[in-house]
Design a binder for this molecule. Structure first.
Ligand SMILES: Cc1ncc(C[n+]2csc(CCOP(=O)(O)OP(=O)(O)O)c2C)c(N)n1
Ligand SMILES: [Mg+2]
Length: 1016
């Protein structure tokens, strides 16, 4: 048998580390089979049972066949403990009291001894005597345990053994021991039938409610598409989810009507018809809403296709339809809830965070990318339900494999509690009769592609191809008709199994839980789409299919009516409506529901930023440094300091923020269990349980998820938190733009700080780091204000006003500010420029009088210095007086101008309106030039409203690593290039001769034949 086991060890298993006693005593969680030959070598060979047990931990198929048949992971864990952990207490030799230090590592309580063994007996013993002693101890422990198990197995049966082992595991867990997990367990339900709690609800009423919801959800999509072909919508996702939702709605999901925040539920994005259909039964929505599904512009309003708080702000809380974003945000949301609790903002009972995930969605890197955070931080306030309907849009998720098994291994490896809900109750008697493990073996053998086929084909097919593989199995289902075989329920459609899993998830402590629920896509649609590859796209049902649907779910709609696919809602005083409402009342109100109850904050007055308004004197500073100082200043503010949430993906030192580590601490649920290497220094790396900084490590996506959680605390926790997420600007919109888009949808508030901005300012870093387009990407988000500040006082004015607007006035917007790392003198704020800074453009330094020609140069960020130098050169050498303007926000200028233009178009006979931009430029003379460290298209946004047009300079093209000077010449945004552009604009207007420009090019040493920096 050992040989067979070894032979069966597949390459994919080998990559998983085997955890032996030493490893898992000290926190390593993974268990696999990579070194199974070594394990076998130190197993007591004569004892087949234990050997099998160990093999079971390394070979799941043996688990299924041998002593762990159908019992799941726990026994396996216990065997790890027994063998790897020197399970002396049960052997009756010594009673160890196992405890855990704060790091959750095993420690033996003081005065208790002996210590747990520190090494693998055979592999690590340092000398012969020790080795012999270890081996002898080990043997005794094995024998003692084995005796107990064999005795129990013989005399009391597997159930009692299971009970015994479960209790031992619980005892260890209760003592804080990190019980390791195997990466995969048999393809059966994790919760055995004997552990299933009884169902507390009125099961039959619930079934009826669920059926009506199913019908209405289907009818919404069918009706919408009948009226307007191509409106889209999805029937089959919710059809697979209905039970998973309904058990939650009737028994678990807590609403937020009390002081406690409601549970935060990330519903599967394209299953919205199910949520709407339920809200209809709850009488939160009416028939006209359902009729206007996906017709949001219809009279009286419609329903958004997917969960969008921006479009339905009283209803949806979490946008989820961009696959992967809901899952990652849910993890950081659960973590942020803990952060709020640790910092004293969340005083009431902690809400649960639920996230419904598609099995196909699990392929998105964002879905699985942050799992380990949830495991590491013991987020037992987080429950994921993966709807394993085995299909995605085009076809099977893992036709040649098993998505549930694959996910189980991943989640377990990341430290999650995994509950598999694979088989419905109909399978319980079959599994009970499966004394030889043949059924489980067959369950393991069949692939997801096969299971999909079983859901589509008649029962005779399953009889022949699934059960028929082994005569004994065939016999086992002799008493079932083909129809009954076809109807054998999958776990995710079985209310009782789902309830058991949810309850276990709610009660589980110390780990997040994932429920892997096996379902059928398009469940109940029959030939119209159940289990079929076209199921995801199915939007229409013919009359026959409608009748079948009605029949299957007992919907009280007559033959005459059925063609019209009417909605059905039981009367107000019906048992169903009463039950439904009573359940929601008992659970604290309706969900989903978004409500803004946060008290406004008082933003500090601009005068409190005096230090930033008066300039930097003779000291050169960058806008990044100015921002960091401003942040420190805000953190000390008595009113709002504590509400600030600095979020940093491992770049605090780059941005000069390391002083904050000690000052306000880095949030860590475990505090700091080690002596930091720099503890002697003033700025040591300080982790603490109530730390204020979210130091996320290298994950911009995770940081953005934290930003979103913090930025929506005003709606989800009724408390205004002010996130400042500072990052390398290149790795913002470009890398995680979809999360930033979602931040707009979810109405997150706060400040995004794109540091190291500018294609030429971050010199030396090259193509992948130098950002000259984040402002452009940012400009696509409607509720985002994007600022490109040049000076410290501008930063102060923008942030002060941002706080006022978002937290005092309640505007549901957010901010993006570029920050640069170029040091220069920060001038004092000129009089009266605040409005100009906020509106996007103001005159910073007028040119000298009495020059022949006039020009206006708009500069942004540190490149305003090119404009200022050009101003001098133009005056001195070319008789041009150039006024220099600071352009802080082209997007806003454009939006304002568009607004005025549109109004004028629609009111052609009224006095035309003028935008801010038009007003401030109308009296200005000369040519207009814009220069910045961003692509030309950024200033070009305002070109239509600039008198005489706009000459733009910018950094189109890939970045390069070189000095700032060289880069600015290369991209033609330095002072000399600005002079030439201004002169050229003047020559274009006929104000000067082209020869003057040509001479300037020569004098200023610009190579007219130099390479064009923009490709193509
Ligand atoms: C990022 C992203 N890519 C693609 C899509 C389009 N899309 C919507 S649903 C879907 C299939 C989802 O399959 P699964 O996650 O298994 O959900 P199911 O409908 O099967 O429950 C796809 C590809 C999307 N919404 N988001
Ligand atoms: Mg799916």
């Amino acid at each position: 048998m050992h040989d067979r086991a070894a032979a069966a060890a597949t390459a994919e298993h080998r990559q998983v580390r085997f955890s032996t006693s030493l490893q898992f005593c000290f926190g390593v969680r993974f268990i696999g089979i990579a070194q199974h030959d070594e394990i076998l070598a130190w197993l007591p060979k004569s004892k087949q049972l234990i050997a099998t047990a160990i093999l079971a931990q390394v070979q799941q198929r043996f688990i299924a066949r041998k002593i762990f048949l159908g019992r799941g992971k726990r026994q396996v864990e216990v065997f790890h403990l027994c063998v790897g952990h020197s399970f002396v207490s049960y052997a009756g030799e010594t009673h160890h009291k196992l405890g855990a230090n704060e790091n959750n590592n095993v420690k033996v309580a003081e005065k208790e001894q002996p210590k747990p063994p520190q090494r693998e007996p055979r592999l690590k013993a340092s000398n012969t005597r020790e080795r012999a002693q270890d081996a002898a101890d080990q043997k005794k422990w094995f024998e003692s345990l084995e005796f107990v198990l064999e005795y129990a197995l013989k005399n009391q049966g597997p159930d009692r053994v299971s009970f015994l082992l479960d209790n031992l595991v619980d005892r260890l867990r209760g003592s804080g021991v990190q019980v390791p997990s195997v990466v995969s367990t048999p393809y059966v339900n994790t919760i055995p039938v004997e552990k299933q709690p009884s169902y507390p609800g009125d099961w039959q009423t619930e079934v009826r409610i669920k059926s009506y919801i199913r019908w209405n959800a289907m009818a919404m999509v069918v009706n919408a598409n009948r009226l307007h072909s191509g409106l889209g919508g999805h029937i089959s996702t919710f059809a697979s989810l209905a039970t998973l939702y309904e058990v939650g709605y009737n028994h678990f999901f807590r609403g937020g009507d009390s002081d406690r925040p409601g549970d935060m539920i990330f519903f599967q994005g394209h299953a919205t018809p199910g949520n709407y259909a339920r809200a209809f039964l709850e009488r939160r929505l009416d028939e006209h809403h359902l009729q206007n599904f996906r017709q949001e512009l219809a009279k009286g309003g419609g329903l958004s296709s997917y969960p969008h708080p921006y479009l339905m702000p009283g209803f949806w809380q979490f946008p989820t339809v961009s696959m992967g974003l809901g899952p990652i945000i849910s993890i950081y949301q659960a973590r942020f809830n803990r952060y709020l609790k640790a910092r004293g903002f969340l005083k009431s009972e902690e809400p649960k965070v639920w996230c419904f995930v598609g099995d196909g969605e699990s392929d998105e890197p964002e879905t699985l990318g942050a799992l380990s955070l949830a495991g590491r931080e013991n987020l037992d306030n987080l429950i994921w339900v993966v709807n394993c309907n085995l299909q995605r849009l085009d076809g099977p998720v893992r036709g040649n494999g098993k998505i549930i098994q694959e996910l189980e291994a991943i989640f377990r490896g990341a430290g999650w509690n995994v509950l598999k809900v694979i088989w419905g109750s109909d399978w319980d008697p079959l599994l009970a009769a499966d004394t030889k493990g043949l059924l489980v073996k067959r369950m393991e053998e069949a692939l997801d592609g096969d299971y999909q086929k079983y859901s589509v084909e008649p029962g005779s097919y399953t009889r022949k191809h699934f059960f028929g593989k082994y005569p004994e199995l065939l016999e086992m289902v002799n008493h079932l008709t083909d129809q009954q075989i076809h109807k054998l329920l999958r776990g995710g459609h079985d209310t009782r199994k789902v309830y058991a899993a949810y309850l276990a998830a709610m009660e589980h402590q110390g780990q997040p839980t994932v429920i892997l629920a096996k379902t059928i896509k398009g469940y109940g649609l029959g030939e119209a789409g159940e289990g079929r590859n076209i199921s995801h796209q199915q939007k229409k049902l013919n009359e026959k299919e409608l009748r079948e649907f009605r029949q299957r779910f007992n919907i009280p709609i007559s033959d005459e009516e059925i063609v019209g696919t009417p909605f059905y809602r039981p009367p107000v005083d019906s048992p169903e409506t009463k039950y439904l409402l009573e359940r929601r009342k008992a659970l604290g109100g309706f969900l989903p529901k978004r409500e803004v109850k946060a008290e406004p904050l008082k933003a500090p007055a601009l005068s409190s930023f005096a230090a930033f308004l008066k300039g930097s004197g003779r000291t050169e500073v960058s806008t990044t440094m100015a921002f960091v100082r401003l942040l420190s200043h805000l953190l000390r503010d008595k009113q709002i300091g504590k509400c600030i949430v600095p979020i940093i993906p491992d770049e605090a030192r780059t941005f000069g923020m390391d002083a904050l580590f000690r000052e306000i601490g880095i949030y860590s649920p475990k505090g700091q269990l080690y002596d930091p290497v720099d503890s002697e220094s003033l700025l040591y790396y300080h982790e603490t349980k109530d730390g204020q900084i979210l130091e996320e490590g290298i994950t911009e996506a995770g940081s953005m998820a934290s930003f979103i959680s913090a930025g929506t605390a005003y709606a989800s926790h009724s408390v205004n938190m002010i996130p400042f997420f500072i990052y390398y600007s290149m790795f913002g919109f470009q890398r995680i733009g979809d999360l930033m888009w979602l931040a707009g949808d979810i109405k997150a508030k706060g400040f995004l700080l794109g540091a190291t901005a500018g294609r030429t300012t971050l010199n030396g870093e090259g193509l992948q780091h130098e950002d000259g387009h984040s402002l452009l990407l940012a400009s696509t988000i409607p509720t985002l204000l994007t600022y490109d500040a040049a000076f410290a006082y501008e930063i102060a004015v923008i942030i002060q006003d941002g706080m006022r607007r978002m937290y005092q006035e309640g505007d549901e917007i957010f901010y993006y500010l570029t920050l640069y790392n170029e040091n220069h003198l920060m001038p004092p704020m000129p009089e009266g420029v605040e409005t100009g800074i906020l509106n996007g453009l103001y005159k910073f330094k007028p040119g000298p009088d009495q020059k022949k020609h006039k020009a206006q140069i708009f500069g942004s960020g540190p490149i305003i210095r090119s404009a200022l130098q050009a101003q001098e050169i133009l005056a001195e050498r070319y008789d041009v007086s150039a006024d220099v303007w600071s352009a802080t926000n082209y997007k806003l200028l454009r939006t304002e101008a568009l607004r005025a233009k549109r109004w004028n178009m629609l009111h052609p006979t009224a006095t035309p309106q003028k935008s801010y931009l038009e007003k401030i430029l109308e009296k200005e003379k000369g040519v207009f030039v814009a220069v910045s460290d961003f692509m030309k298209i950024v200033p070009e946004q305002i070109a239509p409203w600039v008198p005489g047009g706009l000459m733009t300079l910018g950094t189109d093209g890939f970045g390069r690593s070189d000095t700032r000077e060289n880069l600015r010449r290369f991209f033609e945004i330095d002072a000399e290039s600005t002079v030439v552009a201004t002169l050229y604009a003047l020559s274009q207007k006929g104000a000067i001769a082209p020869q003057v420009v040509e001479k300037a090019i020569k004098d200023l040493k610009i190579d007219p034949e130099k390479v064009f920096p923009v490709c193509l």
